[in-house]
Design a protein around this ligand. Structure first.
Ligand code: ATP
Length: 255
């Protein structure tokens, strides 16, 4: 890291609506603009539509209406155009790696896909991203044999190797023990100094204090602002319902 700092990037969401079927809207005319580097946490309970939201941003799902613009370019419903500007780290709990691929091969494939580097230069770039996520010790093992935290690092390295200004991380803490979570939080914090990073989580405490913005999400954006603005019971209840309490500034989810 350190080589590419994407200060100029702008992500605009304009009047964006999406539904899998007419009775279940996941996005209803959403609007926001994010500019420059920094972390945005998209906070919402399980099943609230966070992954769907990312898939619409990535052009993998076509919205019913509205637009996604990156640096002014319309990438709506266009995964090729969106993929040149955004990289996605999927939820590891949704993945099964039964094929015999190593972490290094996965990162190499991402570097080769860019067609920017060849030969020695390609190997150096792969090595740089493996080091960035501290995956040297396990990068030559098959993906199926890695722990959740190790796999998460490899997937982040693969996304970094695509060298896009925006990085989307879907539930990067799911299936990871508390110590691993802390390490990933501090890694993401560093990463967000150089890129625009959006992450989804259903756990409000992990990244709240290291986020530039927080989006409270449940079938649409219920609130958006700085962590201080959003860490309010009335706003959090819009996503989590009544089963949420703040006791001495610590959030507790009871249901
Ligand atoms: N391909 C699909 N077709 C129809 N409905 C879907 C599809 N994918 C997801 N859904 C539904 O859309 C809703 C939102 O799902 P989504 O996975 O986006 O939520 P999420 O907030 O990411 O959940 P989690 O935190 O559990 O991963 C759920 O009710 C889900 O069942």
């Amino acid at each position: 890291m350190g080589e590419f700092v994407h200060n100029e990037v702008v992500l605009q969401v304009r009047d964006l609506s999406f539904a899998y079927n007419s009775s279940e809207y996941i996005l209803s005319g959403e609007n926001f603009t994010l500019e420059g580097t920094g972390l945005t946490t998209i906070l919402g309970p399980n099943g609230s539509g966070k992954t769907t939201f990312f898939k619409v941003l990535l052009g993998l799902l076509k919205p019913i209406k509205g637009k996604v613009l990156v640096n002014g370019e319309d990438v709506t419903g266009n995964p090729l155009a969106a993929g040149r500007l955004m990289s996605y780290v999927p939820q590891i709990s949704n993945l099964r790696f039964s094929y015999p691929v190593t972490g290094r091969e996965l990162v190499e494939a991402a570097v080769l896909e860019k067609q920017k580097y060849r030969g020695h230069k390609c190997r150096d770039v792969v090595e740089k991203y493996i080091k960035a996520v501290k995956a040297e010790e396990f990068v030559d093992r098959k993906l199926g044999s890695l722990s959740g935290g190790q796999l998460q690092r490899i997937l982040i390295a693969r996304a970094l190797a695509r060298e896009t200004p925006i990085l989307l991380l879907d539930e990067p803490f799911s299936g990871i023990d508390p110590r691993g979570r802390e390490e990933i939080v501090s890694f993401i914090q560093k990463l967000s100094r150089e890129k625009m990073v959006l992450l989804t989580t259903h756990d409000p405490v992990l990244t709240l204090n290291v986020s530039k913005y927080v989006i409270v999400f449940n079938r649409g954006i219920k609130a958006m602002g700085s962590p201080r603005d959003v860490f309010r019971l009335d706003l959090l209840r819009k996503a989590y319902g009544d089963g949420v309490l703040i006791i001495e500034k610590c959030l507790h989810i009871l249901a």
